[in-house]
Design a binder for this molecule. Structure first.
Ligand code: IVH
Length: 683
């Protein structure tokens, strides 16, 4: 026997560790730092190793997992584990409430204990004298599989009951599940290790609990919620289910925070709606709610029909997952050119609607899940989320012949060309998303390309906003940015909410945008990974568009801040014949910029400032002044408005000068402009 001091110390350590476990895992309110906890834990482990007599079945050190089992042992439940009848429609809930009142011969509103229906797997835990003895799955309801060593690894399951008042022998009933966040983490880990991912938290929980080697279970983030008592329920001091749940909580079991007592069918239905709304935010999956007559004596009076109680019912949400068949796999092109494989499905009713298409996210996902045409797949539609293919059921895959052998269909391959415009599809090695490279030309990307082209920081076409772009595209007037320059006042005036005057202004603004800078033009093309700063660097480095067009990846990477990924994007963009045609179209339409070796970009002293040039300046030509203002980050506008910061007036300045005086906009001369360019705005 170990010395008395050691026995006491071990007992104290166990108590402390259990207390901290409870605070951490059940109450979510840790009482000591992890490192302190680890110290206590290690001290106990050391003592138990030194004095094996000290080791008890309920020691918290025993949660880490025992050696593998050959198979699970059958376990006879003290009281059978029954199932619940289901209701889907409000009428079925009302009928349940009526049956209860008829059975109890009352017309008064019944009190119901209501709680979420956890989507995990049912477990029964046997405690003797407050010590966890055995735990088993539901099995056929009468006999389950004993999974005690696995259950011991769950921190939510007390190895020794807290408080007092428990019967000598009691079966605690509840659900083992995996929290959504833990599931996501586990799957990420599985993916990293190249191991199979789980289709959903329920499968992950079931797979993790039914492990013959409890060390595997110990590494899985399982949780537990108690919802009832089997054997021993009559010996618990409680007259209602709600009280019973309070007892379980006091003994150290996690119970649903959402549990409540409501009155009558109305109370049931409003609880159903409330939880339905909360469902997406709950940290764990539920597949409905459970209603139980609150009074335990009434539960007993109502009794059971065949395998289900008369006093309780599960009100289920429409199933979020269903099986169906893949009729084909197409790819869709998003407005940024992202290619998404989509499964065309045999119509299936899931999540409350009929689903015929489901996203497969990206090519890597299709490969990983190995979804093929003809496969039977699990489709999921949760809430308003777009339906997705969760997994393929390989056992149901059509094979070339009846005796196995080769599958009928080969693994999915991305098409080489965009289904919308025929441009090449490319995918970087480290990227999940494949993209269509026909950015300027692809109908799927048309609106996005035009919004970007017209934007203030790009070609700056005043008055051409998102809504108007949509209208132009939908009316079939504009297919590529080059088409903008052919628009007429008549065509525009025909559009909804567009008068003659605004049509004329827009045509003028489009015309004015012809005169631009190379940097703005490059940015306006909407090349992936080429922002404003990169566009400026490219313009500065190459000096002309033609030099940029012929640059290969190495030449591109000679530009500061251009790495292999950006270089690849640029090369892919200019490599696409469709894009080059649009660029040629733009040049033919008269879009131009000063070329040659530009001035080295100076400091950006005029960022956010808008200037208007009017009249003839003494030394600077209009283009030169514009280029220098833009090189300093400023903007040159064609007309004076309240947004104008300065009007630069030369000789024979006309109406713009008048407007500036009228609006009280500062008017400066060339000398003041030069000092602004050198020193910025002195405020
Ligand atoms: S009470 C007499 N309460 O639903 C039956 N069951 O079809 C007592 N379940 O396998 C069950 N959450 O695992 C009850 N709050 C809850 C539940 C719940 C999930 C599961 C249980 C059982 C199934 C019943």
């Amino acid at each position: 026997m170990p010395p008395q001091g050691v026995v006491e110390r071990a007992a104290w350590l166990r108590g402390e560790i259990e207390r901290h476990n409870h605070a951490y895992y059940v109450l979510d309110a840790p009482t000591i730092p992890d490192a302190e906890y680890d110290k206590l834990f290690r001290e106990l482990q050391d003592l138990e190793q030194q004095y094996p007599d000290l080791l008890t079945a309920d020691s918290p050190t025993q949660r880490v997992g025992a050696p593998p089992l050959k198979e699970f042992q059958p376990h006879a439940h003290g009281v059978p584990m029954l199932s619940l009848n289901n209701a889907f429609a409000p009428e079925e809930v009302e009928a349940f409430d009526k049956r209860v009142r008829d059975g109890l011969e009352t017309i008064a509103a019944i009190d119901y204990a209501v709680e979420p229906k956890f989507d995990g797997l049912a477990i029964s835990l046997t405690y003797e004298n407050g010590i966890f003895l055995r735990g088993a799955t539901r099995g056929d309801g009468v006999t389950g599989e004993e999974v005690t060593p696995n259950l011991r690894t769950l921190r939510d399951i007390p190895l020794r009951l807290q408080g007092e008042g428990w019967p000598k022998r009691i079966e605690i009933r509840g659900e083992v599940l995996m929290f959504k966040a833990d599931f996501a983490e586990l799957n990420a880990r599985q993916r990293e290790r190249g191991e199979k991912e789980f289709a959903n938290p329920r499968n992950a929980a079931a797979g993790s609990l039914r492990q013959l080697d409890s060390r595997i279970t110990a590494g899985r983030p399982l949780s537990f919620f108690a919802y009832g008592v089997g054997l021993g329920s009559d010996a618990v001091a409680a007259t209602t289910h709600a009280e019973l749940m309070d007892r379980l909580a006091a003994w150290g079991f996690p119970v649903a925070a959402e549990r409540r007592v409501v009155q009558g069918a109305r109370g049931l239905l409003s609880y159903f709606n409330e939880i339905g709304e909360k469902r997406p935010e709950l940290p764990y999956d539920i597949d409905g709610v459970v209603y139980k007559v609150n009074r335990l004596d009434w539960q007993a009076a109502l009794g059971f029909v065949s395998r289900a109680p008369r006093f309780a019912i599960a009100h289920k949400f429409p199933a979020e997952e269903a099986l169906t068949e893949v009729l084909g796999i197409d790819v869709q092109v998003g407005r940024t050119g992202a290619i998404t494989p989509v499964a065309r499905l045999k119509p299936v009713f899931v999540g409350g609607v009929t689903v015929t298409n489901a996203t497969l996210h990206n090519a890597d996902e299709v490969r990983r899940k190995d979804v093929r045409v003809g496969d039977t797949v699990i489709v999921r539609r949760a809430g308003d989320v777009i339906p997705e293919v969760v997994a393929s059921v390989p056992e149901k895959r059509p094979m070339r012949d009846l005796f196995g052998g080769e599958p009928l269909q080969s693994p999915f391959e991305l098409p080489g060309n965009c289904p919308e415009c025929g441009s090449r599809i490319v995918k970087g090695e480290d990227e999940a998303i494949a993209r269509c490279t026909g950015g300027l030309y692809c109908p799927a990307q048309r609106k996005q390309a035009l919004w970007h082209f017209a934007a203030r920081r790009a070609m700056d076409i005043e008055g051409l906003g998102d809504k108007l772009v949509d209208q132009l595209v939908e009316a079939g007037l504009v297919h590529t940015p080059a088409d903008l320059y052919a628009l007429t006042v008549e065509q525009l005036a025909g559009l909804e909410r567009m008068g003659e005057k605004s049509a004329r202004n827009l045509v003028d603004a489009i015309a004015a945008s012809r005169q631009t800078t190379l940097a703005r033009f490059i940015f306006a093309l909407g090349i992936r990974n080429v922002g404003e700063a990169t566009a400026r660097d490219l313009a500065k480095h190459f000096g002309s568009l033609d030099a940029l067009l012929v640059a290969d990846s190495d030449a591109l990477q000679a530009v500061p801040d251009v790495g292999p990924i950006v270089a690849a994007s640029i090369a892919a963009f200019f490599g696409e014949a469709h894009n080059r045609e649009v660029i040629e179209g733009l040049r033919r339409a008269g879009v131009q910029w000063p070329e040659g070796k530009p001035e080295p970009a100076g400091p950006q002293l005029l960022v956010g400032k808008t200037l208007v040039l009017t009249g003839t300046l003494p030394t600077l030509k209009r283009d030169e002044a514009k280029a220098r203002i833009e090189a300093a980050g400023g903007k040159v506008a064609g007309s004076v408005s309240k947004k104008t910061d300065y009007v630069v007036a030369g000789e024979e300045a006309g109406s713009k000068l008048e407007k500036a005086l009228e609006l009280g906009i500062p008017v400066i001369d060339e000398a003041a402009l030069l000092s602004l360019l050198e020193q910025g705005v002195q405020e």
